[in-house]
Design a protein. Structure first.
Length: 214
């Protein structure tokens, strides 16, 4: 029987590896989210995960790889939450847009560790600079696809490069505005942050496609 199909205690080896990898990422989230990436060490990570160091080297080449995968995990959570909120809100475009923005803000605001990782530590790590740019482009693509479903693909296509520019600009603005709010330098309530962000998204989209969205 192949090594990859062996099981221990009824659990296949690949599943055991996935669990150990997840445990290491959970541990990294706790350390980076509470103390910062500068405090992350292999020994500290393994102690937090309650795993031996050989399991760390089984999954990761270095600590930057750990941080990059953790960042991707949080970004994936945000993306899934946003899309789910948008498509499951059965009402007008304002309500759907507000639900999507609220889902993103709520996810990181309700867990200070994720907030610190996504909005502070990720910006301080050179290894994540390119990845952050890729994430923004990916989210912009999702945003344009969702908009095309709502108003028609031809409308978005007619906007040309301006559509991608606007989506990227809006997402970057939301990211930085949320950073300021989390840091306490933007003294508004969460509801106001979400409502004003919704206004900006709809105003920009309306101007771009020439159709009122409200």
């Amino acid at each position: 029987m192949a090594t990859t199909s062996r099981s221990y205690g009824g659990v296949p080896i690949e599943q055991r590896k996935a669990r150990r990898r997840a445990a290491l990422l959970d541990a990294a989230q706790e350390i980076i989210g509470t103390s910062g990436f500068a405090k992350l060490t292999v020994s500290g990570l393994c102690a937090e995960a309650r795993l031996s160091e050989r399991y760390y080297y089984e999954s990761f080449r270095d600590l930057d790889a750990v941080f990059s995968e953790l960042f991707d995990r949080i970004v994936d959570e945000i993306g899934q939450a946003v899309v789910t909120a948008f498509v499951t809100t059965p009402t007008d475009i304002r309500a759907k847009t507000r639900a999507a923005i609220a889902a993103a803000i709520d996810l990181i605001a309700d867990d200070p560790r994720k907030a610190r990782i996504a909005t502070v530590e990720a910006q301080l790590n050179p290894a994540l600079l390119m990845r952050r740019a890729e994430v923004m482009r990916s989210f912009a693509g999702i945003m344009m696809a969702v908009c095309a479903d709502e108003v028609g693909a031809e409308v978005v296509e007619n906007a040309g490069d301006q559509a991608e520019f606007a989506a990227t600009h809006l997402l970057g603005g939301l990211w930085e505005t949320t950073n300021s709010w989390l840091a306490g330098t933007l003294p508004v309530t969460r509801a106001v942050l979400i409502d004003r962000s919704t206004d900006q998204f709809l105003l920009t989209a309306s101007h771009l496609i020439g159709v009122p969205l409200d």
